[in-house]
Write a protein that binds this ligand. Sequence first.
Ligand code: IVH
Length: 673
Amino acid sequence: MSAPRSAAARVRELRKQIEHHNYRYYVLDDPEISDAEYDRLMQELKALEAQHPDLITPDSPTQRVGAAPVSELEEVVHTTPMLSLENAFDEEDVIAFDRRIRERLETEQPIEYAAEPKLDGLAVSFRYERGRLVLAATRGDGTRGENVTHNVRTIKAVPIELRGKPPELLEVRGEVFMPIAGFKAMNERALAKGERTFVNPRNAAAGSLRQLDPRLAATRPFDVFFYAIGETRGWTLPARHTEALEQLREWGLKISPLIRTVQGASGCLEYYSDMAARRATLPYEIDGVVYKVNRYVQQRELGYVARAPRWAIAHKFPAHEEHTIVRGVEFQVGRTGALTPVARLEPVFVGGVTVSNATLHNMDEVRRKDVRIGDTVVIRRAGDVIPEVVKVIVDRRPKNAKVVELPAHCPVCGADVEREEGEAVARCTGGLFCPAQRKESLRHFASRRALDIDGLGSKIIDQLVERGMVQSPADLYALTEEQFASLERMGEKSAANLVASLERSKSTTLPRFLYALGIRDVGEATAAALAEHFGSLESLQEATEEEIQQTPDVGPVVAAHVRHFFDQEHNRDVIAALRAHGVHWPAMKRKRANGEGPLAGKTFVLTGTLDAMSRDEASERIAALGGKVSGSVSKKTSYVVVGAEPGSKLKKAQELGVELLDEQGFLALLRDS
Ligand code: IVH
């Protein structure tokens, strides 16, 4: 039975809308709808396709989850070779490069360059025929690469179909990479499961893209920027590389927003310092910048040497890897008692800072890398990632190098250290008697997404625990201004502020409170799911493991941790004490189904800060009344809530004539709803 025409039409329309929103999100970085709205379109499409499987096509946005695995990576011969770049390591190299170019072109005029970030990922060629992605291949040796189409199709930032009127044939090149945050999260997940981790985002991207099973690639946080054109048919190239990139962007291909045109070597060097300064704040790694002669006529005249063009050069940043010596290995105790081995290093200057510690993650990592005290190691620092030991230089191992042993007792409290069967992590069994665990639990309790106690910093917590002033989070609420003022680095003013923020923190929400308790494996999402499923702390506390497992996304392991937590008398006592001090939260309402509630159908955008509540709280309140919160202003926005120091969203709202609400107006609306 084939699908009715109406379903087919709706499927086409949904795909068109989803492609449009993908373009707004990935290419323009300017979404028109919220994630939730996007999810609804996707859900509707999935449901229709499930009802009418004959409507499923391989290029449907639902098919990004990965099709069947391939048996091997096929070889692909590049129709035009994929070149590499010469490197420049300092100013002189760049000046010499620019001089060579002017000599060859016989001109005194400054050369116009396209200056681009050099992304640290994997070069890939993408072949579009009549606007459709037909082949994606790795660079390989430049002449032959590997067919990775099955994996590339799962990358949401890579369009399966181009927009507008693309040429008959368009082969583009770009870099597939992993943003730092996604890479970290992926490694943490692997670590928790005792699986092998990747040393850096580049290796992670390369490893993941060359998998046979695309379902694996579909779970990896890939991103892409396109930066070059290969073979084309049916397109008269514009005069400049940057103009060609503009055209690619219109066809839906993601171009780095950091690309600039600059004049001469001095323009290049200015760009380099600018990027070097911004490097640490970028969400992905760059290992330098690339300068390309911008005019195609000049590129053609300059031509190639061996495998690299004469018209481009990569100007590399100083390495983020250095050699140093491991002086010792110490064990740090975390909130849940996990012991993390940390290498104490001979201080070394890497990527702009002096590093004297590097994490070794856990004992499995120590054994796998075979790090011994006295070893010379390569350490690496990437972005704001904690420095890591990459590998040991075994040739330089001294005879007396010492093997690292897991201590039998907690280095902080002396309690037994246990390592459960099959777990990568060893833990101190001291629980909240261990000062290290106590400090970490307090930090967690006070953190922004938990009870959000402003002014209760690390140094203060250390003192409170070390002086025995605080055993559990409940004790915080019994302390007076005078007691806080007696601490080091604490004036009267900040003591008064801290008492005020403690007072404010008493009014919270159930999800935040559950998260703040620091139950093992209960992160924000799980806390929210538990709160919603049980509605109150009492019903959760009384629930059996089986009942806890009924919560969406909660499995037996988490359920056991939750039950175990509430079975401990001291935990129940702490909760009772917190409530006795006035910590409270509103009763959880059943989450409203879409389109219910007084604010149903209204979309809000928040800009600036509000006095009465945080942004998260404001969003929660709006959602509780059935409204939606979006990150960007469009014609469809119902209200823009304007707090102190509003951003560019205010201007956008004024341009579009969207109704503005000041804080008073917003609070009144919440009240009346
Ligand atoms: S252009 C003919 N532009 O660097 C020019 N490459 O060392 C070919 N890369 O294999 C490359 N960012 O993987 C170009 N903005 C950028 C780049 C870039 C990173 C990589 C690419 C290439 C390698 C050459």
